[in-house]
Design a protein. Structure first.
Ligand SMILES: Nc1ncnc2c1ncn2[C@@H]1O[C@H](COP(=O)(O)OP(=O)(O)OP(=O)(O)O)[C@@H](O)[C@H]1O
Ligand SMILES: [Mg+2]
Length: 391
């Protein structure tokens, strides 16, 4: 039998733990759930926590559905998940939680099927009946998180919450990047669905710096704080403030114990060498590119084509015309605009609305970087998605 200390696995583990600069590598992973010691500005989320407690506390039972509005990476998903886990595991509140992302389930019936865990196609009426039965059978309070809620195309599900007394034990947490979601609901739903709004601000330089510092202190054996400040700066300037990019760069730079150090200049002050600063900026751009590249490679062919024409023509009406002319499939104008909205949600571009007669036109500005614009063109070519090669 091989002695434990000589086994390959124990050698590898030893090398990893002595050679790496990690103390707790989960702190540098953007996908690990948030925990208290990583949380920046917990007091900013107290109003939301209060709203949730007022609902689940058996002695209070006040219900105001929560509408959370905030930009990309502002912590909407992570903080809701953190608060619900805390309330359940550390404060012993007894409730059922259900999480759904509306990107994959974009109408009320699909959401209801998602809540039911049903994969079979059922007639709408049966779905509604089964959905009501399932929720009314739960004898605890229920919290349903609808992430990216503005991708739902109808308001049937919200309507059922305004009318049905049997759903009084259910609270909705609706997460959206845009406040238009609420404005677009029918007047009837808006007036009867009582809700409280919570705004999550995007992080400025100080926020980014603080989040990174917390993660570095917990996750790493040692790190250079001047270099960390440069990572925060590059995240703000080169990655549109996307904190996920900052965390990835932090991980890449400091996981290696031989990471670059700041140097003393002639006056004896510490400064980051120009070369290192440039390297941080390049790495930030690269990580930002990678994050977006992952999203682009997962797009279906219609989305890819719509993205291509939006980037090329910079206007939704022109992009629609080109799409009809060049693509092998056709889509209605309203479906086209719905899909433009989905792409905007993925932060592949941002749009400015303006009216032209009776229709709305969206002007588009890319946020994916030059390299990714080229990648979109290459994918369109290699998948042969256009009727005739334009070049
Ligand atoms: N206050 C915070 N403290 C510590 N980490 C945070 C905080 N807010 C966000 N983060 C981290 O930032 C990353 C992005 O957060 P999250 O995914 O929740 O953003 P989001 O608002 O849901 O973005 P999107 O709209 O793109 O889905 C996560 O890794 C999360 O842990
Ligand atoms: Mg999210």
């Amino acid at each position: 039998m091989i002695k434990k200390e000589n086994s390959t696995l124990s050698k590898v583990t030893k090398i990893i733990s002595t050679d790496s600069n990690y103390k707790d590598c989960a702190a540098l992973d953007i996908l690990t759930p948030l925990r208290t010691e990583l949380l920046y500005e917990p007091e900013a989320f107290e109003p939301l926590a209060t709203n949730l407690v007022q609902f689940i506390d058996p002695n209070r039972g006040m219900r105001n559905h929560a509408l959370i509005i905030g930009s990309r990476g502002s912590g909407k998903t992570a903080i809701v998940d953190y608060l619900l886990t805390e309330l359940k595991d550390n404060h012993n509140f007894d409730f059922e939680r259900i999480y759904l992302n509306c990107r994959h389930l974009d109408n009320s019936y699909q959401i209801m099927r998602g809540i039911l865990g049903e994969t079979k196609k059922l007639p709408k009426y049966d779905i509604y009946g089964a959905f009501m039965k399932k929720l009314t059978q739960i004898k605890k309070k229920v919290i349903i998180v609808l992430d990216e809620v503005d991708l739902i195309t109808d308001d049937t599900i919200f309507y059922s919450f305004t009318r049905d007394q049997d759903l009084r034990h259910v609270l909705l947490i609706m997460i959206t990047k845009t406040p238009h979601f609420w404005d677009n609901l029918t007047a009837d739903v808006k007036s009867s669905l009582s809700k409280e709004e919570f705004f999550f601000d995007s992080y400025d330089y100080n926020g980014i710096r603080e989040i990174l510092t917390k993660r570095a202190k917990i996750g790493l054996k040692s790190f250079d704080s001047l270099i960390l400040l440069n990572i925060a700066l590059a995240t703000q300037n080169k990655a549109y403030g996307d904190i996920r990019v900052g965390i990835r760069v932090l991980d890449r730079i400091f996981r290696n114990p031989n990471y670059p150090q700041s140097q003393l200049n002639k006056q004896g002050r510490k400064e980051v060498p120009k070369k290192v600063m440039k390297e941080i900026e390049e790495m930030t751009e690269e990580e930002y590119f990678r994050l977006k590249e992952g999203v682009i490679r997962k797009l279906n062919e219609t989305h890819l084509l719509i993205l291509y024409f939006m980037l090329k023509t910079k206007r939704s009406n022109k992009a629609f015309k080109e799409f009809q002319k060049q693509a092998f499939t056709t889509v209605s104008k309203s479906n086209f605009l719905k899909q433009v909205n989905e792409l905007r949600h993925l932060d592949l571009f941002y749009t400015l609305h303006h009216r032209h007669g009776r229709s709305t036109i969206l002007d588009c500005t890319e946020t994916i970087g030059e390299k990714n614009v080229k990648l979109v063109e290459e994918l369109i070519k290699s998948k042969m998605l256009l009727k005739e090669d334009e070049n």
